[in-house]
Design a protein around this ligand. Structure first.
Ligand code: NAD
Length: 495
């Protein structure tokens, strides 16, 4: 939680969402301060870029090792600012470390110079492509995975040779600052990775600061504002926005595994996961069994802030109202809550809530709930499951539990990533791209695609010898034109 101390305050507090204790006080960086941070990062970017892949790999490995050694310390900051259980915080940190290692190790292979075939018409040319850094990349992050999510951009942008200026969420500024300070400890030479803190205005200032690209993760509404601000300066953007992910259960699925995945996918991190399971579509032949298993697993989950809690508080106070509205609306329209139910006014927690008989046009099915809830809906066959799963403006991730048709159903889901017979595994595979469709955004972090998002392709031809038929000259004769016409007919003119 966060709040301005006074209207003109130059600082703000980050608060523990379970206790309201002040976790830290941070500056509200102004547009001038953001611009100054970007300028100093620009000088650092020149040094960082010139280090080359080997120099960056060595330094990123140093940072990676420091993150690993100090992971519990970072998890404490995440726990304090988001309320999520320490174990959940460790999980996102572990994944972020693995991604950082992959990006650093693979940057040269993905981005380094490569020969391309020059083709017959240009056979005298040596053709190469290489991916050069953009310069300074601005990263604007959310609070729900304050390490894993922004690191999907930060680590890949750094590995690609860019400097980074990061604007963490106003709910998790301490995590952002911790990350930048740990980087500066590992790489003290130049301020390659800087942090600016504040609210939306600080983020908007970053969009207008002259950065070479903005990587944004957050809600689709903010994504629109970011694109509008970036449009003023033709600054390219990558948008990782929300989701309404579905989990499909086919008649031949392993129901115990499917139920376990659905409950964890929907309830872990108190449901505040962009690729969290929000809707479940189950083949009618196994629906009753599946619902019984899900209910039995969701009911005993421990909600709270103490050491053995499995589901923490809702981090952002305003989100509780949305979750409450979705549950209340569903119940008023004939749905039943098999666990959990209406959210009491004033509560910071939401009991894991399994909803059945929810109308498909209700908010709980159509809008991102971002809480520990799931709707479970019976379908007559998997074609209907695919149709219902795809009937959303979002398209981030998805899950399929099936024996025979897993891959087929995964391909048919309109989403950027799908896991078959496990949940959200795609996020933990560093070599796979991560990103959405439609309202869930565009562009990809992670994997080779994620490295290339933060680099520009540079094409170079080097002439090896003067070609017998030279086309790029005014000294070209009609004979040469005739030879070219003959050649192109030979190459492409046949049916
Ligand atoms: P949000 O959109 O409220 O805020 C995200 C960031 O944008 C914050 O740092 C905020 O300060 C900044 N911001 C707000 N207004 C701005 C403006 N006008 N200009 C520039 N920056 C501005 O999102 P949130 O509540 O922090 O995060 C939750 C959302 O993020 C959910 O919708 C969730 O699904 C999504 N999310 C997506 C992914 C993904 O990878 N696709 C990952 C995690 C979260």
């Amino acid at each position: 939680m966060a709040g301005m101390t006074t209207v003109q305050a130059k600082t703000f507090e980050s608060l523990n969402p379970a206790t309201d204790e002040v976790v830290g006080v941070h500056p509200v960086n102004s547009a001038e301060e953001v611009r100054a941070a970007v300028e100093s990062a620009r000088a650092a970017a020149a040094w960082w870029g010139a280090l080359g892949f080997a120099g960056r790999l060595e330094r990123l490995n140093r940072w990676k090792a420091a993150l690993t050694r100090r992971a519990h310390e970072l998890a404490d900051v995440v726990h304090a600012e988001t309320g999520k259980p320490h174990g959940d915080a460790m999980l996102e940190i572990v994944l972020a470390i693995d991604h950082t290692a992959w990006a650093a190790k693979n940057a040269r292979k993905v981005l380094g110079p490569k020969r391309r075939p020059a083709g017959l018409l240009m056979a005298n040319q040596k053709a190469t492509v290489e991916y050069q850094p953009l310069g300074v990349v601005g990263v604007i992050g959310p609070w729900n995975y304050p390490v894993f999510t922004p690191m999907g951009s930060i680590a890949y942008a750094l590995a690609a040779g860019n400097a980074v200026v990061f604007k963490p969420s106003e709910y998790t500024p301490g995590v952002g600052r911790w990350l930048a300070e740990s980087f500066a400890d590992a790489v003290p030479e130049h301020p390659v990775f800087r942090v600016v803190t504040g609210f939306g205005e600080t983020g908007a200032a970053l969009c207008r600061s002259g950065v070479a690209k903005i990587a944004f993760t957050g809600s689709p509404g903010t994504g629109r504002k970011i694109m509008a601000a970036c449009a003023e300066t033709l600054t390219p953007v990558l948008i990782e926005a929300g989701g309404k992910d579905a989990l499909l259960v086919d008649a031949d699925a392993d129901l115990d595994a499917a139920a376990e995945a659905a409950v964890w996918g929907a309830m872990s991190n108190a449901g505040q996961t962009c690729t969290g399971v929000e809707r479940v579509y189950v083949h009618e032949r196994v629906y009753d069994d599946f619902v019984a298993k899900v209910t039995a697993q969701a009911r005993p989950l421990k909600v709270g802030f103490d050491a053995d809690a499995q589901v923490g508080p809702i981090t952002m106070p305003g989100q509780i109202d949305i979750i409450r509205r979705h549950i209340a609306d569903a119940l008023s329209r004939g749905a039943r809550a098999l666990t959990g139910g209406p959210v009491p006014e004033g509560s910071r927690y939401v009991e894991p809530t399994v909803l059945v008989d929810v109308p498909e046009d209700s908010a709980a099915v159509r809008e991102e709930t971002f809480g520990p809830t799931m709707t479970v809906t019976r379908v007559r066959d998997m074609d209907q499951a695919v149709d219902l799963a795809n009937a959303t403006a979002y398209g981030l991730g998805g899950t399929v539990f099936a024996r025979a048709r897993g891959l087929e159903l995964a391909r048919r889901l309109r989403a950027g990533m799908v896991s078959v017979n496990s949940v959200i595994s795609f996020a933990g595979v560093p070599s796979l791209p991560f990103g959405g469709v439609g309202e869930s955004g565009f562009g990809r972090i992670h994997g080779p695609e994620g490295l290339r998002e933060f680099a520009r392709a540079k094409a170079i031809t080097t002439q090896r010898f003067r070609a017998p038929i030279t086309m790029t000259t005014f000294a070209r004769t009609p004979k040469v034109d005739a030879q070219v016409a003959k050649l192109i007919t030979f190459l492409h003119g046949r049916r």
